[in-house]
Design a protein around this ligand. Structure first.
Ligand code: PEP
Ligand code: MN
Length: 329
């Protein structure tokens, strides 16, 4: 059982009231987003009807569920990231930037052009998960600084990936949202460490993860303190090499419609082909995506990673204009 308390609740009194009813409080979470305290009771507690718990002064809402991911279920809808609301029914958010942060000039130029088009978050990898150890691995901590500077200059937020536990602190320092890459979706030690940073997290779906596994990865983050989880569908492994991956829009519609969760789509990694980014971006929003993450480059042919799927920043403008016009869901 999870009880969400009112902002002004006397936590100690609520705990006593629960204990009197045989409910053992297992964890007390103070959401970084500033909402009410979250109390979770142990599965061995006495069964008490939800309305009796809801009547305790200071309790705002009660969730009694057999769901394996109660915190994901209880995540506020919509999710608020500062002044931005993310979730079904909200205006889709745009996240864009290069695959890798290559130089201060490259990220500045891309940021400058994206900032004209309502892109809320500047993305770019400082640490890159590459299939081959001989491929460009990213410029590391230097790139984090370049990314932050470019975002600050043009009034954008930053989302970037923490590839390993040893990078969580420095990524958390510069990022407004920490990205968990596909290949790390079930790296449970990393999920715990990123959760403890108490930041919002962009959780990319692993290329062979079931929806349940994806939701449970979100549960790891939230149960360790993450300020919120935005799910990101980026294509699962298909059999056909014509596209890099297979965009699972069914899962997007499921998360948005059945679970009411904020799920965004990355049509760049989903297809691996720049000419498919816009059509699948549109399809994603039509299926219920709460936003898009699109890889852009000012010189797509020169990109140090994922050049084949990079589009010029102005392509994002086209999509932004359509979304402003009210893409239907
Ligand atoms: C990325 O978004 O930079 C990335 C590496 O994507 P994925 O983890 O989905 O492959
Ligand atoms: Mn990439």
């Amino acid at each position: 059982m999870i009880a969400i308390l009112t902002r002004d609740a006397d936590v100690a009194r609520v705990r006593r009231a629960l204990a009197e009813r045989g409910l053992w409080v297992e964890s007390v979470q103070h959401p970084a987003s500033g909402g009410g305290v979250l109390l979770t009771t142990s599965g061995y507690s006495t069964a008490v009807p939800a309305d009796e718990i809801a009547a305790i002064p200071g309790v705002e809402a009660v969730y009694q569920t057999k769901s394996p991911h109660p915190r994901v279920d209880a995540q506020p809808r919509p999710l608020r990231l500062g002044e931005i609301a993310v979730g079904p029914g909200e205006r889709p958010i745009l996240i864009s930037g290069p695959c890798s942060v290559e130089s201060p000039e490259q990220i500045r130029e891309i940021a400058r052009r994206l900032a004209l088009h309502e892109v809320a978050y500047l993305r770019g990898g400082a640490y890159k998960p590459r299939t081959s150890p001989y491929s460009f691995q990213g410029h590391g901590d230097k790139a984090l600084g370049w990314l932050r500077e470019a975002a600050d200059e043009f009034g954008m937020r930053v989302v970037t990936e923490a590839l390993g536990e040893d990078q969580v602190a420095e990524v958390a320092e510069v990022a407004d949202m920490i990205q968990i890459g596909s290949r790390n979706m079930q790296n449970f030690s990393l999920l715990k460490a990123v959760g403890r940073a108490e930041k919002p997290v962009l959780l990319k779906r692993a290329m062979s993860a079931t929806v349940e596994e994806w939701l449970l990865a979100g549960e790891y983050l939230l149960s360790n303190g993450a300020a919120g989880v935005v799910f990101c569908e980026r294509g699962i492994r298909g059999f056909d090499p014509s596209t890099r991956n297979l965009l699972d829009l069914g899962a997007v519609a499921l998360l948005a419609t059945v679970h009411g969760l904020p799920v965004i789509v990355d049509p760049s990694h989903a297809t691996g082909r720049r000419e498919l980014v816009v059509p699948l971006g549109r399809a994603a929003v039509a299926a219920g995506a709460a936003g898009l993450m699109i890889e852009t480059h000012h010189e797509p042919g020169e990109a140090l990673s994922d050049g084949a799927q990079a589009v010029p920043p102005e392509i994002v403008a086209e999509l932004a204009a359509e979304l402003r016009g009210g893409a239907r869901r």
